[in-house]
Design a protein around this ligand. Structure first.
Ligand code: AMP
Ligand code: ZN
Length: 470
């Protein structure tokens, strides 16, 4: 598989260093608010990467995705809400888990919270190692990373070294490239802020040290294979993660940096600070199902910006429906003998699908390969040329593809829990049939309309009545 590596700014052949297990870390949600679908664009793309590594390329994956539950934003939020930090962040972790489940994200091997004691200890230990190797200094009780001690500093974001203000410091977690300075590793206690002491003096971690320490605590010796996040994290967060991990260990931190482009709204990044966000429940309240949201978020290439509009969500819904209607149609094919040409056509589609994924996770091309197959098979069904064994080969191909896409099964799960219980729908279909048999068409119509009003559509065909969600 070829992956674009932000470190080298080019596509490179990827395989895990030990040829077996991909050790990857993804920066998770800062839990000061419910994650919006911009955050979830990154999480969905990382989920598709994870699934492709496992199901298309056959590697094992050990993935760590953290919760940033202590930083400037979470502390400010908890203070404003008048809640203890842990209690304040708990609610957003819960909400993340609900949304992640709804969007079909596979659960990952580790979801560490920065404020878990083991993690705080690992951060303190990394700071002590940095101290021993001469990369730190103290000022007013805080500990800083001295970037002039690491000649390679800035290599990921390719900052202009001449712009770096030698000796100047920055205390906030986030800042721009123009403000590249010595950054804070451990912040001195402030009144009202949570504080810990694991041998580096009382205080709390800076945001950047959290990820370096948790990644190496849970994944082991550097370099890890892949580190993922949105493009906004390249500087300063990932640059500083590299400085900390490499400064502390003397070894390269990460082999491949995987960065997902932004979800935009009206050409601006979807972000809390701009007030242009939508969450999964916001969209559900407007009648858009999480499966359609997942489809939209993964249907474009991850390195291209994606502009969010309701029209694009409707289009995603239609595309997804074309796939599920097609699979339902396949289910109606019966009898006949296997056609070797059809097996060959399916093999061709499966190869095109895998090749697209191998080409820097080109999900758009992978989906196109599936839709080509849909067209070819539909024509065969129209011509009466598709047998039940052929249909099985085709549906198996879609099932394998969906291990990576994770969207058709998600839709089927949603369908299995429709807004009206399936048993009630079946009873109403029977009652409607009975009404029609006794020529009570107004009762039959009333039943149809009752279900339509509750989001269930009935479709009559020669073989009987099927229902589907609106
Ligand atoms: P945060 O909660 O701000 O730490 O962000 C969590 C993840 O979401 C990070 O990987 C960010 O880069 C990513 N992210 C934030 N906003 C967007 C966006 N509009 N589009 C894509 N990814 C985003
Ligand atoms: Zn991080």
């Amino acid at each position: 598989m070829r992956l674009y590596n932000t470190l080298t700014r080019q596509q490179e052949e990827f395989a895990p260093a030990d040829a077996r297990t991909v050790r990857m870390y993804a920066c998770g949600l800062t839990v000061y608010a419910r994650g919006h679908i911009g955050n979830f664009r990154t999480f969905v793309c990382v989920d598709v990467l994870r699934r492709a590594l496992k199901y298309a390329f056959g590697w094992q994956v050990h993935e760590v995705m953290n919760f940033t539950d202590v930083d400037d934003r979470t502390i400010a939020g908890a203070e404003k809400a008048g809640q203890p930090l842990r209690e304040y962040t708990d609610q957003f972790i819960e909400a993340y888990r609900d949304d992640a489940r709804a969007l079909g994200l596979e659960s990952v091997e580790d979801n560490p919270r920065a404020t878990d004691e083991d993690n705080l200890r690992a951060m303190a230990d990394m700071i002590k190692a940095l101290d021993q190797r001469g990369h730190t200094y103290r000022s007013d009780g805080s500990i800083y990373f001295k970037i002039s001690t690491l000649p390679g500093y800035g290599g990921l974001s390719r900052i202009d070294q001449s712009g770096i203000m030698a000796g100047a410091r920055v205390d906030s977690d986030n800042y721009t490239k123009e403000d590249a300075r010595d950054f804070v590793l451990w912040k001195a206690t402030k009144p009202g802020e949570p504080t810990w002491d694991f041998g580096t003096g009382p205080g709390r971690p800076g945001w950047h040290i959290e990820c370096s320490a948790m990644a190496l605590r849970l994944l082991g010796q550097p370099p890890i294979d892949i580190h993922a996040g949105g493009v906004d994290l390249i500087f300063p967060h990932h640059e500083n993660e590299i400085a900390q991990a490499e400064g502390a260990t003397g070894k390269p931190f990460v082999r491949f940096w995987f960065h997902v482009e932004h979800l935009l709204v009206d050409d601006q990044k979807m972000s809390k600070s701009l007030g242009n966000t939508y969450t999964v429940p916001d969209l559900a309240a407007r009648g858009y199902r999480p499966s359609a949201v997942r489809y939209l978020l993964m249907s474009g290439h991850y390195r291209k910006q994606l502009n969010f509009t309701f029209a694009s969500l409707v289009q995603a819904e239609e595309s997804l429906r074309r796939l599920t209607d097609f699979l339902a149609r396949l289910g109606t094919v019966s009898g006949g003998d296997a056609h070797p040409e059809m097996a060959a056509r399916v093999e061709e589609a499966a190869t095109a699908f895998k090749n697209a994924l191998a080409d820097d996770l080109n999900t758009a091309a992978a989906l196109a390969a599936l839709f080509d197959l849909v067209r070819a098979v539909n024509s065969a069904i129209d011509a009466g040329d598709l047998s039940a064994p052929d249909a099985k080969v085709v549906s198996d191909c879609f099932a394998r593809a969906d291990q990576v896409l994770g969207v058709i099964g998600l839709r089927q799960q949603e369908e299995a829990t429709p807004p009206v219980p399936a048993s009630e729908i079946e009873e109403l279909i029977d009652a409607r049939q009975a009404a029609r048999r006794r020529r009570d068409f107004s009762e039959a119509d009333r039943i149809r309309q009752d279900l339509a009003g509750r989001g269930i559509l009935l479709e009559d065909s020669a073989s009987g009545t099927r229902w589907k969600r609106k």
